[in-house]
Every structure is written in C-alpha cells, then in structure tokens.
Design a protein around this ligand. Structure first.
Ligand SMILES: [Zn+2]
Ligand SMILES: [Zn+2]
Length: 164
C-alpha cells in the first residue's frame, strides 16, 4: 500500500471546475467560501476534521464551513467519513478527484490515512465483489474498503491520546 498523493498530483483547476459544475447542476453557486473549503481539502494530506479545515489557512469560519460542507456533500463534491470517534472527517469524492483509494482508520484517535492498492489487488478485489454482487443480482457501482486498526502514534499507548 502506498500514499496516493505524491504519484498522482491533483490538478486543482480541474477539481474546482468539476465542483462548480456539480453545484450548478442543482442551481447552487460556487461561492468563495465553498471554493475555500475545496481548496483546504486539496491542501490537507488526507481526510480532515472541521478543526483541521479551519486551520488550513484558507480563512474559513466555523458556521459557514459547516453549512458549506453539508451542501458540498449533497451535490457529491465532498464525502464524509464516519469514524469511531465523534469527529467526522471530510475528503473530496472520487468523482471529483478521479483517484480511487482506501483508508486506514485508527480506532483510538480517529486519524484516517489514504492508501492505494496494487492494480492487481484492486482488480482481484473488483472481481470478487462483482461475483458476490451477482449472486444477489445486485448491481455494483463502486466499492469502499477501509482497514480499521491502530496508528503509529497510538500504538503501544494504554488508551486514546488526550485531546486538546
Ligand atoms: Zn491513532
Ligand atoms: Zn479499491
């Protein structure tokens, strides 16, 4: 498994164009604040909490950021990942980035790390899921497979780290 970001650099202008198109399709505007949320998600290395988005240097305010995330999620620009802790984490959808990946989710601190699988493993996974789906006459569209565990920072600790 490798980190997807260094190998395939996202083209920011394409991402913003797609986001604007998806919003326009439902009569919504790509406001400066919504653009700033998307920009923060582009800058941050993996799925981000609201706090991380607010600290990403895009001048985001808490109330508008929350509202904009809801809208961006509704139109398929943002995907919210629910973890074992209270903090949802946000990332751009694969429809927006064009990059398929999986997650490592720490069950202690809730951090999420993006990983990609070998093309051969990914193909085998697709075949296996397609077979399972066919058995139930289920039409598969896309898959999500996340690995739950303990991150490097939490490994060896007695309990979850103290939050600020
Ligand atoms: Zn952790
Ligand atoms: Zn996959």
């Amino acid at each position: 498994m490798t980190n997807p970001r260094p190998t395939t650099q996202l083209i920011a202008s394409n991402v913003h164009q797609l986001a604007a198109t998806k919003l326009a399709a439902v009569g919504q505007r790509y406001t400066a604040n919504r653009r700033a949320v998307v920009e923060a998600l582009l800058i941050l290395p993996g799925p981000a909490t609201i706090a991380e988005l607010l600290n990403a240097g895009q001048g985001l305010a808490q109330s508008s950021t929350y509202r904009n995330l809801v809208v961006l999620e509704e139109v398929g620009v943002v995907h919210r990942i629910v973890t074992s802790d209270d903090h949802g984490r946000f990332e751009l959808t694969e429809a927006i980035t064009g990059q398929h990946h999986h997650h490592l989710i720490c069950e202690q601190c809730g951090i999420i790390i993006d990983v990609t699988l070998d093309a051969t493993v990914e193909a085998a996974l697709e075949r296996s899921l397609a077979q399972g789906a066919a058995n139930h006459r289920f039409r598969g569209l896309h898959h999500r497979v996340d690995l739950l565990g303990v991150c490097r920072g939490c490994d060896g600790r007695a309990g979850p780290p103290v939050r600020q």
